[in-house]
Structures are given as C-alpha cells and as structure tokens.
Design a protein around this ligand. Structure first.
Ligand code: SF4
Ligand code: SF4
Ligand code: SF4
Ligand code: FES
Length: 568
C-alpha cells in the first residue's frame, strides 16, 4: 500500500504505524515511544496532522491505504509546543549536571519548538530522588510518567517500580514490596526518554583524581565500549574507535590506559579451568562476569549461589593485575593507584563496591564510568574525539586475544571459555574454534558439545526475563545444563545500561558485528595464547602461587536486599 507523507508517496505495510512508515523519510519527534516496548502514546510529542485536519499520534496510529500525513504544519507545531510545555511542568531542567546534556531529545525539541516552561501547574513539587543499591539514582522531579521504566523492569522480571496515584497526579516510585530488589542492570536508564534515571555518577571523583598529581590514574576499557562510544560523537553504531578512545583518555589525563580485554583473558583462563573441573563433578557452573546476573541469582535463586563461577569478572581481574603485578613491576605503591573502568554497564559500579571483591583490604576498581559518562567528561574537557590520532593500549596489560573481544556480546563469554576448556584443559584438537550455535542476539540459545567423549549441555541466555524462564526450568529439573551463560542485558553488554542512547534491535546488531570481526582478525584467538597473559602468570602468579586463588576468585556472594533510600 501507499501513503503520502508531506506530499511524498511512500510505500507502507498495513501493520505499520505512521512513525514506522516515516522511518528514514522524515524525522518525527518521539519521547515515550521505544521500539523495545509496547506503544503507550502518552507524551503526545509525535502528533502529526491528517488530510482531514485531525491530529493523531504517529507512534500509535496505523497507516491506511491512501492516507495523507503532514508532519510539520503550523497546527502540528503548535500542538507539539503545548505538549512540550506540559512535559516541562513535570520535568525539572537540570541540564548542566545531567549526563544527557547536549545529547538529549527533550533538549533538542525544547529548542526547536520553543516551549515556554511556566504555563502549566508545576507538578514537580513534592517529588523525590531515590537511590537504589548504591548504584541507581531515580529522580522523580525529571520523570514525565511515560512508564517505560516500569515496563522494561517487568520484562526483566525484577518488578522494582510501582505506580501510585491517578491521572495527572500519578507517580512512578520504587516498590515497597520486599519480594523485589533492583539488580542495577540499568535497562530502565536506557529506556527513559528524559534522563530521570541515571547511574550513580563517578565522573566528578575521576575528574578530581586526574587533577591530583600524587595519584597514578589508570583506565581500563571494556570490550564493547570500543564499538559503541563513537555514537556519542556522531559515528555510525558499530564503528570501532579503539585507538581514538585510548588517545582521548590520555588527553583527559589518564597516566595509563589498559585493556579490560586482558582481564577477560584472565577470566576465561580461570573460568574455563573451573568449568572443566566442575564437569568432572557433575556440577553446573554459571558465569559470574555480569554483576546484575550475580545479584539476580543471590536474591531470587539463593540455592544456586554455589553454582556461580568463583572467577572474578574481567574488570576485577584487570584491577587486581594492575594493583599487584603492574604496581610491583613499576615499583608503585598500589594505594596510590586509582583504577577507573570504562564500562557499558551500570552494574559494574555496584560490583566495584562489593566488599567480597576486595583484595589486600583494597578495592581493585576505584571508579566505574559508563560509556555515556566518559563521553560527557570528554565533552566537558572540549576534546574533539573525531580528531584524535589513534594510539595503542599501554603495556603490559594491553594485549588480548580475539576470544576477549567477543565478551561484549551474548554467547561471547561461553565461546571464549569453550575454546580454552577444550583446547587447553581437555587437550582436544579443535577443527574450528567458532561456536556459531551460541552466537546471535536471540534470547536463549542451546548447544551440545563433546568433551572427552562426554556430551556437554550449554545454555546461553540474555535478558533477565529469559534467564528467569531458564532458571525456573532448571529448578524444576526440566533443564540440566552443565554450563550456563547469562547476561542481564538483552543481547549482552553491547546493550548495557551504560551504553549510548538510543538503543534498538538494529543498533544492537551493528554494535555486535564488529566484535566478531575483531576476533577473526586477532593474531591470537584463544585466551591462553595471549603472550601478555603467559607473561603475567610466569612473572607473577608462578612466583606467588599462594595468592593466585584470592587474586582471581571469590565465593562469598550472599543474599541481601538493598531496597531504596530517599536522597532529598
Ligand atoms: S536497574 Fe534494572 S532491575 Fe533496577 S530498576 Fe532498573 S530495570 Fe529494574
Ligand atoms: S522515570 Fe523515565 S522511564 Fe520512568 S516513567 Fe519517568 S520518564 Fe518514563
Ligand atoms: S550484561 Fe553487561 S552491561 Fe548488562 S549488566 Fe551485565 S555486565 Fe553489565
Ligand atoms: S512518542 Fe508518540 S505519544 Fe509519545
């Protein structure tokens, strides 16, 4: 069928909305609409005019053959302006302190339609700011009541938000029901259109550390960030900007820039050994590198806490390597070192604060900056990212394998562990090290592989909603995998709660694809082949065998409800 948009003939499918049909042809402003979620049509900034003069919401109105739509008439502009003013009656502008500043649709629309802020009754009064799990900040004074956070948190099977009141007085708030606790996955952050939910900001402390001449400030960069941070500076999703990122971090003042991929190789090496050992004992092992998953298990499936791999996550393994091996090599007091992780993730902030992960009574990761936060710092420092001359990661913790590159996407951790478990620990000759059965962005993938003549069952799942389904089947004895990989964010860290917005299925696929290209192009594609890793084990671990376990493992996870605290 055909419709006309602003006089232009456009082909459309009957199931499409006007917004979908207009995609790539004309930009229609949206706030509450998110392609991952149900259509709610409550912000009304996407209004368009039909030929008969009727105003309709483009995100919820289905196309009809011959329909004529106008997206920019005076009537449309007037209506959008009024609706924006109503939104500003709810949303308190805190732009200078907001990390969405200058990268915010609401800010852009406010400029474009010049909405006056004072016309409607201020509904921000009596609203509060809450902190959850020492990691998430929920600011009701910025909330425009679109309900996206409630829906996405339900999809994650966490159910941490409630709604109170009716109509214009309704309000989103953290649940008081003690059955539920936030996992800090951050999916509500990336689905909030107005920055009302944020990760606890660490950038002010990092800025202060960078100015402190007595401190050695070390950055580490997570696998998926290199394929997503470019979006903050106008690059297409999936553009790999590793070298530019290293340069920009040096320009910000970091003394050393290491690669979390090195930490991922440590995690793989340790975890593959653990999996191999547990296989002999018939014990299921589930991955530990996603802190939101660990928290989900602790709170919802405490009987499975013993199945969580004891191996620490890549950011923690790298942090330990920096404050032990690197500090000793460089003759630096580890207490003078500040390790700053650049992560796609908000849950890593929570993980960095876990006392169970301290070593020598020291935090191994001092601060965690999300992809968005570090981009915000670069904008504040007026760094032109697009003009950065690519640089390499620093030695000795900058080298990594292809297996580490794919940690950023669902299935990557398992594939990396299988390469090392089979090749190194089982001594099996592998015809191919590509485990394509567990690649892809669908929710749950299953595979069976032979290890030393034994059939090994593997399940890989992402998104906590999918993980819950799998766990309920395991609990009921209807599934019995040997190895289970779970990433809390649908698709894995490429879609993490700290990643740039917007996110949708196409963007996730674009961010995932280059990680497999990086793997394919790597000189070493198995973690245990990384020469830097071999050196670390030879020069440090072999000399301190008594420290090995404590450096890279922990098993002290326990159930705790953190609830929500009012902060104002
Ligand atoms: S961070 Fe995740 S678990 Fe916590 S409230 Fe948001 S969506 Fe729910
Ligand atoms: S916090 Fe954000 S996502 Fe949640 S209802 Fe408010 S505006 Fe919507
Ligand atoms: S999937 Fe990745 S980004 Fe999401 S919570 Fe887990 S570790 Fe963080
Ligand atoms: S985007 Fe259509 S009503 Fe909000």
């Amino acid at each position: 069928m055909y419709i006309k948009i602003n006089g232009k003939k456009v082909s459309a499918k009957p199931e499409q909305t006007i917004l979908e049909a207009a995609h790539g042809i004309v930009a229609i402003p949206t706030l509450c609409h998110h392609p991952d979620l149900k259509v709610k049509a409550n912000c009304r900034v996407c209004l368009v005019e039909l030929k008969n003069g009727k105003l309709v919401t483009a995100c919820s109105t289905k196309v009809k053959d011959g329909m004529e739509v106008f997206t920019d008439t005076e009537k449309v502009k007037r209506a959008r302006k009024i609706n924006l003013e109503m939104i500003f009656a709810e949303h308190e502008e805190k732009c200078p302190e907001c990390i969405w500043d200058k990268n915010c649709s609401l800010q852009d629309y406010a400029k474009k339609y010049q909405g006056k802020i004072t016309r409607f009754k201020d509904r921000k009064k009596n609203r509060n700011i809450f902190g959850f799990s020492n990691t998430i900040l929920f600011d009701q004074t910025k909330c425009i009541d679109c309900n996206n956070c409630i829906e996405v948190c339900h999809k994650q099977e966490v159910h941490f938000y409630d709604k109170a009141g009716k109509g214009a007085d309704s309000i989103v708030l953290p649940t008081k029901n003690k059955k539920y606790d936030c996992t800090t996955c951050g999916q509500c952050i990336t689905h909030c259109p107005v920055g009302a939910i944020q990760g606890n900001p660490h950038w002010p402390e990092v800025e202060a550390s960078l100015k402190d001449k007595k401190k050695i400030v070390v950055a580490q960069v997570a696998p998926s960030v290199r394929a997503s941070i470019g979006e903050e500076f106008g690059y297409e999703p999936g553009t790999v900007v590793t070298g530019e990122l290293v340069s920009a971090l040096k320009k910000l003042g970091f003394d050393y820039v290491f690669d979390t991929n090195f930490g991922a190789d440590i995690t793989t090496f340790e975890e593959a050994g653990e999996c191999f050992e547990c296989l002999g004992k018939g014990k299921m092992v589930t991955t530990s590198c996603c802190p939101a998953w660990v928290k989900f298990v602790e709170f919802n499936y405490p009987e499975f806490v013993g199945n969580i791999s004891t191996t620490k996550s890549p950011q923690q393994c790298l942090g330990v390597a920096v404050k032990t091996y690197f500090a000793e090599k460089m003759k630096i007091d580890p207490r003078k070192i500040k390790v700053v992780s650049i992560m796609p993730c908000v849950a890593k902030k929570f993980e960095a604060d876990r006392p169970e992960l301290e070593y020598n009574n020291m935090k191994m990761v001092d601060y965690v900056l999300t992809t968005r936060e570090v981009a915000h710092m670069m904008r504040r420092a007026k760094i032109d990212f697009t003009k950065m001359k690519p640089q390499k990661f620093d030695d000795p913790l900058g080298q990594s394998s292809g297996a580490a590159a794919i940690y950023g996407v669902s299935g990557g951790v398992m594939e990396s562990a299988l390469r090392t478990a089979l090749d190194y620990y089982a001594g099996q000759k592998l015809k191919s090290i590509d485990f394509k059965q567990i690649r892809g962005l669908e929710g749950t993938k299953k595979a069976e592989i032979m290890v030393k003549g034994k059939k090994v069952k593997i399940i890989v799942t992402s998104g906590l909603g999918n993980a819950k389904k799998v766990m309920d089947l395991i609990k009921a004895g209807k599934e019995n995998p040997h190895f289970l990989e779970v990433m809390a964010c649908p698709g894995g860290c490429i879609n993490g709660g700290g990643q740039p917005v917007p996110t949708n299925a196409q963007i996730r696929a674009k961010r995932a694809a280059p990680l497999y290209v990086l793997d394919k192009k790597s000189k070493f594609r198995k973690a245990h082949d990384n020469p830097g890793l071999k050196k670390l084990y030879k020069e440090y671990i072999d000399k301190h065998p008594d420290l090995h376990h404590e450096m890279f493992h922990t098993s002290n996870y326990r159930q705790k409800r953190w609830g929500a605290r009012r902060l104002n």
